[in-house]
Design a protein around this ligand. Structure first.
Ligand SMILES: NC(=O)c1ccc[n+]([C@@H]2O[C@H](COP(=O)([O-])OP(=O)(O)OC[C@H]3O[C@@H](n4cnc5c(N)ncnc54)[C@H](OP(=O)(O)O)[C@@H]3O)[C@@H](O)[C@H]2O)c1
Length: 166
């Protein structure tokens, strides 16, 4: 099973602010949705909490939520108390590509085992309290998928790239 991380990252590595995203990028959300749909997604409890009630669990894909305190009251998500158990759950379901969807705490603990990174580079350096971990670009082969300009509904321009581990 391939393990992939998918994230949108500012130039300053910021990914979150006060439990939310620091930008509004609907077309990147669409990319996230079409890329992950049909696949198991694994997220930290704080990321799960940040998803508006009407959008969670994320539809069309099994949701795994990692928490040490197990206070998720949603029978439609798989709740696990270690990341390894979440990965194992997806593997046993014969998932081909598991998506780790954040947030920062979970990215930091899994970037070392990821085979592939889907990174949206946002052309902004917003204030924030959550960051994507450092990674050594020389360990990956980078492919640029698309550039999206700023417009009326996207408050920043962005470029979507894929990094395959060498
Ligand atoms: N830009 C992006 O692409 C992107 C993507 C996702 C999220 N975000 C942003 O990131 C922020 C949230 O990230 P975060 O770093 O604060 O939190 P997080 O990674 O979403 O969740 C952290 C929580 O996960 C649980 N956890 C972490 N490691 C664990 C382990 N090894 N075993 C069991 N449970 C574990 C703990 O939950 P308990 O406290 O319940 O034990 C911990 O408090 C938000 O601002 C969100 O909007 C941004």
């Amino acid at each position: 099973m391939k393990i992939s991380l998918i994230a949108a990252i500012g130039e300053n590595k910021v990914i979150g602010a006060k439990g939310d995203l620091p930008w509004h990028l609907p077309d990147d959300m669409k990319f996230f949705s079409t890329t992950t749909r049909g696949h198991y997604v694994l997220m930290g409890r704080k990321n799960y909490d940040s998803i508006p009630l009407k959008f969670r669990p994320l539809p069309g894909r099994p949701n795994i939520v990692v928490t040490r305190t197990n206070q998720i009251n949603d029978q439609h998500v798989h709740v696990v108390n270690t990341i390894e158990k979440g990965i194992q759950l997806a593997r046993e379901a014969r998932e081909e590509e598991l998506f780790i969807i954040g947030g920062g705490d979970i990215y930091r603990q899994t970037i070392g085992i990821a085979d592939k990174l889907y990174i949206t580079h946002v052309d902004a350096s917003p204030d924030g309290d959550t960051h994507f971990p450092e990674f050594d670009i020389s360990e990956y082969t980078k492919t640029t998928l698309e550039h999206h300009p700023m417009d009326d509904v996207h408050n920043f321009s962005f470029t979507i790239c894929v990094y395959d581990k060498n």
